[in-house]
Write a protein that binds this ligand. Structure first.
Ligand code: PXL
Length: 288
């Protein structure tokens, strides 16, 4: 069985970060080890959340693993709470990433805005961590902050996105999976994008650009980026090629939102991804 380590916070209530990564990656038949960066009462979209920083635990935990000779097939980083934690992730990648797939979800912003507590300088520091990524999984907002360019909103075309992919690759990441692409107008060489939301990928070694569009749900939910990156990680560990892995991740997010919306009393803070595991496992058994 493949074994991965994922580094992100525990938001005790909120269906994001570790409370989605752990169940999803485990359900996909991959051992999910965790390194919590912080414990929050809820994610930061609630008011009045508590925040216990766990930075000082990271090095001793990693030292113990080194003594025990524990190895991982992937190192997947998500929400990080401070500059110091980003620095520690460089060390983690150096120590555990040599034979492992390094996946960076630069989780810090969406819809043109940074999440509470983050600054533009933090985004630039995250951009440096991306230099070590085998697979980088940003959205358009994170892309804009990391590249220090204006957020494009919906004002972009296919070649703008291809340009962004190349600029992200210039940070040093080997493969890019850029989420949340929506085109208002038809684009040359892309069919069936109307009313859809999608993913653009780039392989720096080959220059190949890939696209995948899936149905756009009427409501955005928190934590879906973490679900996407977790399914992607699990699928890559189960041997799916990148294009199939991100297609599965996008479809699973859409199915999770659809499932959530079936219940008119659904909560506002996260999606009912738990109910869609049969779909995920069926797709996985059919190789995506
Ligand atoms: O889903 C991303 C995320 C992860 N962790 C925490 C968050 C958020 C988004 O706001 O607040 C603590």
């Amino acid at each position: 069985m493949k074994r991965i380590i994922t580094v992100q916070d525990i938001s005790c209530v909120g269906k994001c970060s570790l409370t989605v990564a752990l169940p999803i990656i485990s359900a996909m038949g991959v051992e999910a080890c965790v390194l919590p960066t912080a414990v929050l009462s809820t994610h930061t979209m609630f008011k009045g959340f508590t925040f216990r920083d766990l930075t000082t635990d990271i090095t001793p935990v990693c030292e113990h693993w080194k003594k025990e000779n524990i190895r991982f097939d992937a190192v997947y980083t998500g929400y990080l709470g401070s500059f110091e934690q980003i620095e520690l992730m460089h060390t983690l990648f150096d120590d555990f990433g040599k034979d492992a797939l390094k996946i960076v979800d630069p989780c810090m912003a969406d819809n043109g805005k940074l999440y509470p507590g983050f600054t533009p300088e933090f985004a630039l520091s995250m951009a440096k961590l991306c230099s070590k990524a085998d697979v980088l999984v940003p959205n358009l907002t994170e892309t804009a902050f990391m590249l220090d360019i204006p957020y494009p909103g919906r004002d972009y075309c296919k070649s703008d996105i291809e340009n962004l992919l190349k600029q992200l690759a210039d940070l040093g990441a080997k493969k890019i999976v850029l989420k949340g692409i929506e085109f208002d107008k038809p684009q040359p060489g892309l069919t069936d994008t109307k009313g859809k939301i999608g993913i653009a990928s780039y392989d720096a070694a080959t220059g190949n650009v890939g696209w995948y569009f899936h149905k756009k749900m009427p409501v955005n939910f928190h934590g879906t980026g973490d679900i996407f990156a977790s399914v992607l990680t699990g699928a890559l560990m189960r041997g799916l090629p990148l294009e199939r892995a991100y297609a599965l991740a996008g479809d699973f997010v859409a199915e999770s939102i659809a499932e959530t919306l079936k219940n008119e009393n659904h909560n506002w803070y996260g999606v009912d991804f738990e109910a869609v595991f049969p779909y995920l496992l069926k797709r996985l058994s059919e190789n995506g």
